[in-house]
Design a binder for this molecule. Structure first.
Ligand code: CA
Length: 474
């Protein structure tokens, strides 16, 4: 009897493992391979260059990598894929990818691939060989408005007396998920990379799978979520620990709906709110209460889900410039980001205060290694980073932004409450500040951020401008 009970207990613990391990990726480092490290001297970042810089990322403390698309593509960014089972020749070979994957795993890091499955490249062979994989209409299609516009552009693009649906750009036709073959292909692609050892995916445009722009809406979240639940179930049966991180630049209710088929959705609200507070001021209490509302909606949609906060990503002006190119503000934003629960994401170069604004190329410029680093890329000449201190000039300087990030990531690694604690607003006698408790089975921490340029009094003492107090609570 006792043995049975022990086995039952063991089983229960094992069943709990997949959800627990998802949260183990406490900091994810987002890399644009083209801009990161060049091993063969052509100026273009590649997988072997990245493998040679993994020690840097590991040393910073990130335990997970998000690689922006590495598949063959006619564009520099790669979000328009022509072959989902191969490596972009600019970046190297499949063997190079395996080398990178093995080295990452050897360092205990997980590798997430960015897979755009909402659309392909117009040049993907499917477009001519299997036009039925895409969304088509003509003048006779009932209910369709061929002049419908989203974000200022017509979504129906003319082709051979018909029109194909392309939400983002004419070079990226949307796939038609009404087609069982498309659904099967998408699952097969994911399983192909999981079988190779990949640990999960960053999934592009998850809210747009069922597009309805022709009817005046850009997406159908319920049906898109239904698809992601099917996708997730098909992968988790053999790969229960794989992480599915969705991109949904959408309102909270839609993000929560989509989360029913994902493990996490990137949290666009957090960065915007953090940077807004630092720049313009506001109520820290309102900020913390909005976080509570987000986490409650997420937990209700998917109790095993985790948050994925970040400051800015490859589609947004870089945090440093948004914060007025002031290092004390950039440090404050990092402190606020890295004391929130979930899988925090750092966009490469954020840790050294790289700067950039639209067009997109200027947000994706070469990582600045400095010191005549042989792996320096030169794929794009940045106009925003002339004053940015390269990494080589920040390492070892305790006052540098880089060392601040590194210390924050180390602090996060030491405290399970910072990684996956339950957050609750906690009054400290000053509602200007962001103050909260983080509770997990191991500990409860009190976190207070003074994101203002003035000294602030609290029940726990005076906080200098742009400073944080983190201490255990009894
Ligand atoms: Ca190269």
């Amino acid at each position: 009897m006792r043995k049975c009970r022990f086995i039952a207990l063991l089983l229960a613990v094992c069943l709990m493992l997949p959800a627990a391990s998802l949260a183990q990726s406490q900091v994810t480092y987002q890399v644009f391979v083209r801009a990161f490290a060049d091993s063969d001297g052509d100026g273009v970042g590649d997988l072997i260059g990245l493998a040679q810089k993994l020690d840097y990322i590991h040393d910073l403390g990130a335990d997970s990598l998000w690689l922006m698309p590495i598949f063959p593509s006619p564009s520099y960014h790669g979000y328009d894929v022509t072959d989902y089972r191969a490596i972009n020749s600019d970046y190297g070979s499949m063997e190079d990818f395996q080398t990178l994957l093995d080295k990452a795993h050897g360092l205990g890091m997980r590798v997430l691939l960015d897979v755009p499955l909402n659309h392909t490249s117009l040049q993907h062979p499917w477009f001519t060989e299997h036009p039925e994989y895409y969304v088509w209409a003509d003048e006779t299609t009932p209910g369709v408005n061929l002049d419908a516009k989203v974000w200022g552009s017509k979504v129906w693009k003319p082709r051979d007396r018909r029109y194909y649906y392309a939400l983002f750009w004419e070079g990226m036709p949307d796939l038609n998920y009404e087609q069982p073959a498309v659904r099967r292909k998408a699952i097969d692609i994911a399983r192909y990379w999981l079988a190779m050892g990949v640990d999960g995916f960053r999934l592009d445009a998850v809210s747009h799978i069922y597009a309805q722009a022709e009817y005046g809406a850009t997406q159908d979240p319920e049906r898109s979520a239904e698809w992601w639940r099917e996708f997730r179930a098909a992968l988790k049966v053999d790969y229960p620990d794989c992480l599915l991180l969705g991109e949904a630049w959408e309102a909270l209710s839609m993000r929560a709906t989509l989360l029913t088929g994902l493990d996490a959705v990137v949290n666009f609200d957090v960065g915007e709110q953090v940077m807004g507070l630092i720049k313009r001021g506001g109520s820290g209490k309102v900020f913390v209460q909005s976080l509570e509302k987000i986490y409650a909606a997420y937990a209700q949609a998917n109790p095993d889900s985790i948050d994925a906060p970040f400051l800015t990503n490859h589609d947004q002006a870089r945090a440093y410039g948004v914060l007025g190119s002031k290092v004390e503000r950039a440090k404050m934003a990092a402190s606020m980001l890295l004391t929130l629960p979930g899988n925090a994401i750092l966009y490469y170069g954020e840790e050294i205060g790289m700067n950039g604004a639209k067009p997109d190329e200027e947000i994706r410029t070469p990582m600045l290694w400095g010191g005549d680093d042989p792996l320096q890329t030169s794929w794009h000449a940045s106009k925003y980073n002339k004053a940015t201190l390269p990494l080589s000039e920040q390492i070892g300087d305790p006052a540098s932004l880089y060392e601040h990030y590194k210390a924050l990531v180390a602090q996060r690694a030491e405290h399970p409450a910072l990684q996956n604690g339950t957050l609750a607003w906690y009054g400290v006698g000053n509602d200007v500040l962001a103050s909260y408790a983080l509770t997990c089975p191991e500990e409860t921490l009190l976190v207070i951020h003074n994101f203002t340029a003035e000294e602030q009094k609290t029940d726990f003492g005076v906080l200098p401008p742009y400073s944080s107090l983190i201490q255990p609570m009894k």
